[in-house]
Design a protein around this ligand. Structure first.
Ligand code: MTE
Length: 297
């Protein structure tokens, strides 16, 4: 009897939908759900994947979002009553043109495109996600950061009434806050996300606007951002403040640098937990390695 053993690079037939069909279907969905961004909706062919896309149900029902819960599978339900609109995003700090943007202005004025990014959590699970959004640099450069600006801070919304995790885990230094060095924030890979799978971003994934920095562990990708600030000195960050021994500032994906309690050499793909070797910078060295000298943690 001939038993067909799939090679590691073969993906299941059900996943191998021809790309043109896949994207046409996505665009039709987007037309129904996301009319404001449709005219600009295009996939950027520069960002290819070495794995199938994570199925939508999995990427939107297994989340990290401590403001709601530490239980990944409960976040989707707990976030149902969160209101992502109206929403403003303030760009402030060391710049010539600070501005408070409405989410509608952002969607209208920014060059929205689709990018397929790998997404690697520090906990060693990983996904492959079609984000809709635009390069963070597009928004930052309009603010004209001045020569003192060396870092960029990101601050999440703080709504204890709508976010039970803030009420019940009072020991964390809310609101969630993160930061990048200015050149990291200006790197073309740093992406502000307003949608996923051709639709507006669901609450559990960080609606209405979140960051994606795919060469770093997922905790750098701040959700539900209300404020971005240019600052001079390296800022504190949420996880580095809460558990300094386990989470550094740079948090670049590095299979050779174990977390304090587990190895980072392998990741597990949601939802089947298939084990895959982790790549330096999560496979994005070509875009980002030049920014580092190897000592950043
Ligand atoms: N942003 C906020 N505001 N709160 C959080 O708890 N968790 C981070 C990041 N952004 C988090 C956050 C972590 S640890 C990860 S891995 C990603 O969001 C998870 O994103 P996802 O749920 O869309 O996969």
């Amino acid at each position: 009897m001939l038993i067909r053993i799939p090679r590691p690079w073969q993906i299941p037939d059900r996943i191998a939908t021809p790309e043109s069909v896949y994207y046409k279907r996505r665009q039709i969905l987007a037309l129904a759900a996301f009319p404001s961004i449709l005219p600009a909706l295009t996939r950027n062919p520069e960002f290819m994947l070495d794995r199938p896309l994570t199925e939508e149900w999995a990427a939107t029902s297994y989340n990290n979002y401590y403001e709601f819960s530490t239980n990944k599978q409960q976040i989707k339900d707990l976030a149902k009553s969160f209101k992502p609109r109206p929403w403003t995003l303030e760009i402030t700090g060391l710049c010539a043109k600070p501005k408070i943007w409405s989410i509608e202005e952002i969607e209208k004025q920014m060059p929205i495109e689709e990018r397929l990014y790998r997404h690697r959590c520090v906990e060693a699970w990983a996904m492959a996600v079609p984000w809709l959004g635009f390069p963070l640099s597009e928004l930052l450069k309009r603010a004209e950061p001045n020569s003192k600006a060396k870092f960029v801070r990101f601050i999440s919304v703080n709504r204890p009434d709508e976010m039970p995790g803030i009420r019940y885990s009072g020991n964390y230094p809310w609101p969630y806050y993160e930061a990048l060095r200015l050149n990291e924030a200006m790197n073309p890979l740093a992406f502000l996300v307003t949608g996923i799978y051709g639709k507006p971003l669901p609450n559990q994934n960080g609606a209405p606007i979140r960051l994606a920095t795919p060469w770093k562990y997922g905790f750098k990708s701040t959700k539900a951002i209300v404020k971005i600030e240019f600052v001079e000195n390296q800022p504190n960050t949420f996880w580095n403040t809460a558990v300094p021994k386990e989470y550094g500032f740079y948090a670049n994906v590095n299979p050779k640098l174990p977390h304090a309690r587990w190895s980072q050499a392998v990741e597990q793909l949601i939802p089947n937990m298939e084990r895959v070797a982790t790549q330096p910078y999560n496979g994005y060295a070509k875009w980002v390695a030049h920014m580092y000298n190897g000592s950043e943690i």
